[in-house]
Design a protein around this ligand. Structure first.
Ligand code: AGP
Length: 611
């Protein structure tokens, strides 16, 4: 999704803005642009389609492009094609320039009235109405800050905005509603961005704006008013991240780096939460005890990979904690009626904490009477964490690759901690808790072992690169793992991949099987093994090409049309986490052969901040 960076300083900010745009590239975009106020007091704009590199080349080849105040943007097209004309910043009457992340829902009505007022439109975006509205309001306002406060009262939808005007060349004004925005505090200069990653080379001191906030930022001051126009002090947070956390290092892609970071991410997500063979009660904060004591059911809401984590957790919550659990894709949950159960805990799961559908679903759940909420999230100061009663962080570190990897496995680890916390109050025995904790502790080592399959998988990947379709099979907790494997493959290699619970094959998908459609099965050694074997026979009997990721004890033997990749034996409890690793590697290796843009696959964005 769109990324914003802007700043005001005692010296030229162009380099910082371009560097910040590069750090925002992972969010997904199709054009980029920046605007500065130059020494003559004029707004200077550069825009280009494609990569930030193209913008950078244009900027560096023009010596005039310098300024102590500026705004910059990567655009992920929603309204209007990814053209130069639609790229941000948008400018009104050479006086006001603006960048925007989000969607303005009443843009058509605003456009109609602005056209009557004589404003001329140069783009097909929803954004352009905002810059004209600020310009129009500026005529009747004391300053740009008041003009923006007035403007946001007239906007419907979601936005983070950064605005400059050559009438007030020392002041950057910003606003936030539904889309993320942070202020990075520096010595003699200040910046804003869509996320901290963009500013880590400049500072580690951040203010996270809240919905409805508008801020006026100069090189040495930050003034914030809330939704009622009242001046407020927002807490300054010190980020634990440093700029290296978002560097690629020795790796070719962020996705590969993040896959290999999973042993550490797992250890970090367990750190400080276990003592001996028990989960520490303090893991969820002091208010959690009372809430957990009352919980009789769970409703999980999430999107994409995070939704798959929720599907695995449903099995665990019902089996080990004895708590009835429903899981729903957030974009569906928010648009239907619900019978709200009493004492139900809503668990939202999100890597970014900014996914618009998940956030809206949580707000909706609270509105219709769900009383308690817990958020499992990788970003401490995100919109979702602020909206939730309790927060359990996954300490995966920044995830830059669009395809989620370490976020998923750490979500599963965090969810297992929820399972223990609820289980302790219900049917879970001490022995079960001890077993789960022991297995969780073994994860960093077992994940590292699973990563050793990479070489074998690199060879298998060759079989895939020319295929157009693939089918993933799993049963029980491994059906969501098959779904996750299929999602990984399709999003980065563009091979059409679907996942089925293996028992469903004969109810339709078996018709697809021939030697052009590889079938990937996830085969741990559990009580569903014999059933899975029968399903696999159904595929073999129809000439299908099978690749089975199997525990050695399952007894699968390589033969024509059947490739077996042995995954070291693990306890059933952590098997879904371990079997995820080879599927991530498979998707990565296939994408590498196909030469796709692994970290920034076409049409996708990292943080989906629009509906
Ligand atoms: C995963 O590989 C995806 N890119 C996507 O499905 C993602 O998991 C989804 O958009 C949810 O994001 P979130 O976890 O940040 O809420």
């Amino acid at each position: 999704m769109c990324g914003i960076i802007a700043g005001v300083s005692g010296h030229d900010v162009t380099g910082t803005l371009l560097e910040g745009l590069k750090r925002l590239e992972y969010r997904g975009y199709d054009s980029a642009g920046l605007a500065l106020i130059d020494e003559q007091g004029e707004i200077l704009r550069k825009r280009s389609t494609g990569r930030v590199k193209a913008l950078q080349d244009e900027v560096t080849s023009d010596v005039r492009v310098r300024g102590n105040i500026g705004i910059a943007h990567t655009r992920w097209a929603t309204h209007g094609k990814p053209t130069k004309q639609n790229a941000h910043p948008h400018i009104c009457n050479e006086t006001v320039a603006l960048v925007h992340n989000g969607i303005i829902e009443n843009h058509e009505a605003l456009r109609a009235s602005q056209e009557k007022m004589g404003y001329r439109f140069t783009s097909n975006t929803d954004t352009e109405v905002i810059v004209h509205q600020v310009h129009s309001n500026l005529e009747h306002s004391a300053d740009l800050f008041s003009a923006l406060q007035q403007t946001i009262k007239e906007l419907e939808g979601a936005y983070s905005l950064a605005v400059i005007s050559n009438l007030e060349p020392d002041c950057l004004v910003v606003a936030r509603q539904g889309s993320p925005l942070v202020i990075g505090l520096c010595e003699g200069e200040n910046f804003i961005a869509s996320d901290v990653a963009a500013l880590l080379t400049k500072t580690r001191e951040f203010i996270f704006l809240e919905d409805g906030d508008v801020a006026c930022i100069t090189a040495d001051n930050v003034r914030i008013v809330d939704t009622n126009g009242k001046q407020v002090d927002r807490q300054v947070h010190h980020s634990r991240l440093n700029s290296d956390s978002v560097e690629l290092g020795e790796y070719r892609h962020y996705m590969l780096k993040e896959i290999y970071e999973q042993p550490t991410a797992a250890a970090d997500t367990l750190e400080g939460r276990l003592s001996g063979n028990r989960l520490l009660a303090a893991t969820f904060g002091h208010e959690a005890d009372e809430i957990f004591d009352s919980i009789t059911s769970v409703q999980i809401i999430a999107c994409g990979t995070s939704y798959h984590a929720g599907l695995v957790a449903r099995h665990w919550l019902e089996e080990f904690a004895g708590v009835a659990t429903s899981v729903e894709v957030a974009s569906e949950f928010r648009y239907r009626s619900h019978v709200v159960p009493e004492n139900c805990l809503v668990i939202s799961i999100s890597q970014s904490g900014e996914t618009a559908d998940t956030l809206a679903a949580l707000k909706y759940a609270k509105e219709i009477g769900f009383q308690h909420s817990l958020c499992i999230c990788n970003v401490a100061e995100s919109s979702l964490t602020r909206e939730s009663d309790m927060v359990l962080l996954t300490h995966a570190g920044p995830e830059i690759g669009v395809a989620s990897t370490k976020a998923f496995t750490t979500q599963l680890i965090a969810l297992m901690q929820v399972v223990i916390a609820l289980g302790q109050r219900n049917s879970m025995t001490h022995e079960q808790e001890e077993r789960i904790v022991r297995e969780l502790r073994s994860l960093p080592v077992k994940i590292a072992e699973a990563l050793e399959l990479d070489t074998e998988i690199t060879v298998i990947a060759e079989k895939f690169a020319h295929k157009k379709h693939a089918l993933f099979l799993g049963r029980g907790t491994h059906f969501p793992i098959a779904m996750e494997g299929a999602l990984k493959l399709k999003e980065i290699s563009y091979i059409h991949a679907e996942a089925y619970p293996a028992g469903e094959l004969k109810h339709g998908p078996l018709a697809l099987i021939d030697n052009e459609v590889p079938v990937i099965a996830v085969a741990p050694n559990n009580e569903l093994l014999q059933k899975l074997k029968s399903n696999i026979q159904e595929v073999r009997a129809r000439g299908g090409e099978l690749i089975v990721f199997a525990d050695p004890a399952t007894g699968f033997k390589e033969k024509d049309g059947l490739t077996v990749i042995e995954v070291a034996p693990v306890d059933d409890i952590i098997a879904p986490i371990i079997f995820t690793i080879p599927l991530q590697l498979l998707a990565y290796r296939v994408a590498l052969i196909k030469g796709t843009d692994v970290d920034k696959p076409r049409n996708l964005a990292k943080s989906v901040t629009v509906e």
